[in-house]
Ligand binder design. Sequence first.
Ligand code: NAD
Length: 346
Amino acid sequence: MFDNPAFAGHESVHHFHDPDSGLRAIIAIHSTARGPAGGGCRMWNYGTSLEMVTDALRLAQGMSFKNAMADLPLGGGKAVIWGDSRKDKTPKMFRALGRAIDTLGGRYWTAEDVGVSPSDMKEVATQTRFVAGLDDGAAASGDPSPVTARGVYLGMREAAKRGFGSDDMTGRTIAVQGVGHVGGRVCQMLAEAGANLVIADVDQEALAEISRTTGAKVVEPGDIYDVQADIFSPNALGAIVNPETVDRLKVKLIAGGANNQLSSPDMGETLNQRGILYVPDYVINGGGIINVAAEISGNYDPAWVETKVQGLVATIGEVLDQAESEGRPPNRVADEIAARRLRESA
Ligand code: NAD
């Protein structure tokens, strides 16, 4: 554990095994300095248990940073379950996970992530109260993606003030990759603000719907990187800014909701050299966790959510201004601010 390159001073790492349901899970708690560790539960068919623990460590630290940048009273943690979510999942397994989470006494709160749905979380909730992202219940926050999308849209406009000298979206061209829960809503807001959209997705139905309602032009998924546009908004996959795509981008600004957009942090330097302003993904997509945090607080208050989203937008401005004045990539500056916020809360 302590030799793992992804180990970053994590407070604790727990492994759980339930022979009855076949559950094999790891819960990594990176930090509880700002509050209970918050972060979703991922189910993934890892090749080895080393891959599994490395992913848990990396994701947990990522949640500490995301929660700190969203100024939430939450630390960072993550649960990972080893298995194929399409074949191996059972309600029993998620009840076993719920019991495992309960043994941590509230140091870790879970919610959905890749491979895990609200109905799985319902099973978890039969065994522990340390679970969010539920569809019903006293403080249920439901689908977080509308809040994520609002944060992405407002964050994009904040960045446009720096990139273009104005946040007016009228007549701007935005290339949007992925028009699902987040990307589709970002498209709607941009269209209402008078922007021209070029969209790509692998889901033909989603494409047709967004194109019909916003007048967006559709391109093939592989062609979205070549679109001549003002802004690229990735809202589908990770690692889409990589050595193969970075020289194809013909935009001034990247602002989207997808997680882990850079294939490696040094892509930030490459974007800087190419004069492309990058809004760090884990800052601009913090709306979803803000929504979840409102549920964890036990009293879902839309006004509190909006205040936190506005705070997130201000933080984006801060990150971009500091990056500009120091001539450094915004992702490096964001990591530094997040680490400082964590140290100050310790
Ligand atoms: P979603 O599944 O609803 O939408 C993703 C869309 O991307 C789908 O329409 C899918 O068909 C499309 N897609 C898949 N492969 C593609 C490809 N090769 N090219 C173009 N499009 C492709 O997911 P979502 O909830 O909208 O989340 C989108 C991204 O934002 C993910 O990276 C997610 O981790 C991240 N994110 C989401 C939230 C949230 O609140 N939903 C919060 C934070 C981060």
